[in-house]
Design a protein. Structure first.
Length: 369
C-alpha cells in the first residue's frame, strides 16, 4: 500500500473530491468558454452586425459550411478535455491525446456531453499519467493508453450520462415552467451560490443543458451575486473591486465568506428576489448556449447569452421548443433590471441592515487586488 501511495505521489495523481469535483469543473468551464461560448458570440455578432469576415464560410466539411465561430464551437469536446488534463498536470503526450477523447465523448454524450467529458477526461488523464515514462516505447504506450481508456469508457458511459444529465435538466426546466415563483427562487439562489463557491456554475448549467425560463432564473442568480458583491463591497474595494467582481467573479469573496459568512446574506437575498421577478414578471429566458446561464455578468456573458437566445437560439434551446424573437423594450428593460439594477437596489439596503445589526463591518469584504 505504501508503494502504491508513493507511486501516486510521484505521478501527481491525487484522488480527492477537491481535485475531481471542484478543480476539474472549473477547468471544464474554461474549455467551454474558449470554444462553444466564444464561437457562439462570434457567430451572433457577425450575423447581427453584418461583419463579413465573421460570417464568411472558411471551409466546408460533409456539406456543412464553417465560419470562424462554428470552428470554435465544434472544438468544444477537445477543448474541455484538454483543459481538464491541463488542470490535472498531464504531460504533453497525455494532453494531446485527450483531444480525441474529448471529441469522441462529446459526440456520444449528446446534450449531456460536457458531464460525460468530465468523467472520461479525468480517467484518461490519470491513466495516461500513470504509464507516462514507464516503458521504453513511451511515445506509443502513453497515447494508446490515454485514448483507449478515454474512448473505451466513453463508449460505455457517455450516452447514459448524457441522457441522465439531459433528463435532470429537463425536469428542472419543466418544474420552472410549472412553478415559476418557487423554482425561480430555488434555481436563482442555488446556481448563484454555485458561482460564488469554488465550483463552476457555468459547467453545471452546461452539463444540465439549462436553458429557457430556468436558464433565465440562473442568469438572475449569478448576476445578483456578482453585481451584489460589487455593490456592497464598494466601500472596501472601490472601483477596482467593483469591476473585478462585477464583470469578473464573486468567487473572489470566498476567503472573506469563510471568515464571516454573513457578508453573503445581501447578494443571496438579492438572488432570491430577482429570480422570481425574472421568471414571473419578465418571463426572462436564456436560450443561448447553456453555459451562459451560469456565467452571470462575467464578461457580460449572461446578458449576451439572453440576447443571443432572442435572435438565434442555441441547439439545446431549440430542442426544448425555443424560437427566435424580436426583443421588445419590455424585454430589454427586464434584462437590464435583472442583471444590474435590481441586484444593487436589493443588496445595498440588506447589507445596510446587516451592518446595523453588527453582522458585517468595514473591511470584512476587503480584497487583496
Amino acid at each position: 500500500m505504501n508503494k502504491f501511495k508513493a507511486f501516486l505521489r510521484r505521478k501527481d495523481i491525487e484522488i480527492s473530491l477537491s481535485r475531481y469535483g471542484v478543480d476539474t469543473l472549473s477547468a471544464m468551464a474554461q474549455g467551454l468558454f474558449c470554444s462553444l461560448l466564444i464561437g457562439t458570440i462570434l457567430d451572433t455578432v457577425g450575423k447581427q452586425f453584418n461583419i463579413g469576415f465573421l460570417t464568411a464560410i472558411i471551409f466546408e466539411l460533409n456539406g456543412k459550411g464553417y465560419t470562424i465561430g462554428a470552428c470554435a464551437s465544434a472544438m468544444v469536446g477537445p477543448a474541455m478535455a484538454v483543459a481538464i488534463g491541463h488542470m490535472l498536470h498531464a504531460p504533453g503526450m497525455v494532453l494531446f491525446s485527450l483531444a480525441a477523447v474529448g471529441y469522441a465523448t462529446n459526440q456520444m454524450g449528446g446534450a449531456g456531453g460536457p458531464l460525460a467529458v468530465l468523467v472520461t477526461a479525468v480517467a484518461a488523464a490519470e491513466f495516461g499519467k500513470a504509464v507516462y515514462r514507464e516503458t521504453k516505447v513511451d511515445i506509443l504506450v502513453t497515447p494508446l493508453v490515454t485514448i483507449l481508456v478515454g474512448v473505451g469508457l466513453a463508449f460505455a458511459v457517455a450516452a447514459p450520462i448524457g441522457k441522465a444529465a439531459s433528463w435532470v435538466g429537463s425536469i428542472i426546466m419543466w418544474a420552472t415552467e410549472q412553478q415559476p415563483f418557487v423554482m425561480g427562487i430555488l434555481v436563482s439562489v442555488i446556481v448563484g451560490a454555485a458561482l460564488t463557491l469554488p465550483i463552476s456554475s457555468a459547467a453545471i448549467c452546461a452539463a444540465l443543458s439549462l436553458t429557457g425560463l430556468a436558464g433565465g432564473a440562473a442568469v438572475a442568480g449569478c448576476c445578483a451575486q456578482m453585481v451584489g458583491f460589487a455593490a456592497v463591497s464598494f466601500r472596501d474595494n472601490g472601483w477596482g473591486g467593483a469591476v473585478s467582481q462585477g464583470i469578473g467573479t464573486s468567487m473572489l469573496q470566498m476567503g472573506n465568506i469563510i471568515r464571516n459568512p454573513r457578508i453573503w446574506i445581501a447578494p443571496t437575498v438579492a438572488s432570491a428576489v430577482t429570480g422570481p421577478i425574472a421568471t414571473c414578471v419578465f418571463k426572462l429566458q436564456m436560450n443561448g448556449a447553456a453555459i451562459n446561464s451560469g456565467m452571470g455578468t462575467c464578461c457580460l456573458c449572461g446578458p449576451i447569452g439572453v440576447w443571443t437566445g432572442w435572435v438565434e437560439p442555441g441547439a439545446a434551446a431549440v430542442a426544448a421548443g425555443a424560437s427566435a424573437i424580436t426583443p421588445t423594450a419590455f424585454d430589454w428593460a427586464g434584462l437590464v433590471l435583472i442583471a444590474v439594477v435590481l441586484p444593487i437596489a436589493v443588496s445595498l439596503p440588506v447589507d445596510a441592515l446587516c451592518r446595523r445589526l453588527g453582522w458585517v463591518h468595514d473591511g470584512d469584504m476587503k480584497l487583496d487586488l
